[in-house]
Design a protein around this ligand. Structure first.
Ligand code: FE2
Length: 216
């Protein structure tokens, strides 16, 4: 019986609409939890108001993968069109939240994992056959710096869009994120720090000027 069903990933549950989901009842038998044509509410999933384990039929595996892929791409495109800089940080979904929010200096191994997120993000988008090459490059290169001090590859020639996104990401991290170890800066403080990066050759002057004027 079990071989007919596959456990669905919790992170995929809200993407399933056409694909029905099944649960295991108290007698250990599979029953229909969500019929085809309906989607689960994301808040209910996040709030743990659905069974711990939900399943799809093994015969629906490929259709399920394709539904998740399409829904994921639509969501990502929505983020990108709304200018949400989170979209290029997609690789962070594979990094443990404890590392992302640790209020302490990271170990070399932990920092190595953080530095892998651009490559992870690029590979995820590639695996999902995400169609926009420029966006994939932004995911891959948004931590590269024009003096070669960035990661993951230490490039000095960066895709123009990736450099813009990298600068915005940096500004957003300085001014919007209330990190556990410091408070958000005001816009002038944030720009001053990025200007130091420009002087040191880590961002191009032209991109910085355009960005700073866009805030006026
Ligand atoms: Fe990032």
């Amino acid at each position: 019986m079990e071989r007919e069903y596959l456990a669905a990933r919790t992170s995929h549950l809200h993407y399933y609409t056409a694909i029905p989901l099944y649960y295991v009842n108290r007698e250990g038998k599979f029953g229909l939890y969500k019929p085809s044509g309906k989607a689960l509410d994301e808040m209910r999933i996040a709030g743990g108001q659905v069974p711990n384990r939900l399943y799809i039929k093994r015969t629906a595996k490929l259709r399920g993968f394709s539904e998740v892929q399409r829904a994921f791409n639509r969501q990502l495109e929505g983020h990108i069109q709304s200018g949400n800089p989170e979209s290029v940080k997609i690789g962070k979904i594979r990094i443990h939240p404890e590392i992302l929010t640790a209020p302490r200096k990271l170990t070399a191994e932990e920092f190595g994992r953080i530095k892998a997120h651009p490559t992870i993000g690029y590979n995820l988008l590639d695996t999902c056959r995400f169609p926009h090459t420029e966006i994939k490059l932004c995911a891959l290169q948004h931590h590269e710096k024009t003096d070669g001090s960035g990661y993951p590859r230490g490039l000095t020639r960066i895709a123009p869009m990736a450099e813009i996104v990298g600068l915005i990401d940096c500004y957003e991290a300085l001014t919007n994120d209330d990190r556990p170890y410091r408070n958000a800066m005001d816009p002038i403080q944030g720009l001053t720090i990025i200007k130091d990066d420009v002087v040191a050759g880590r961002f191009s002057r032209d991109v910085f000027k355009k960005f700073a004027y866009s805030l006026l």
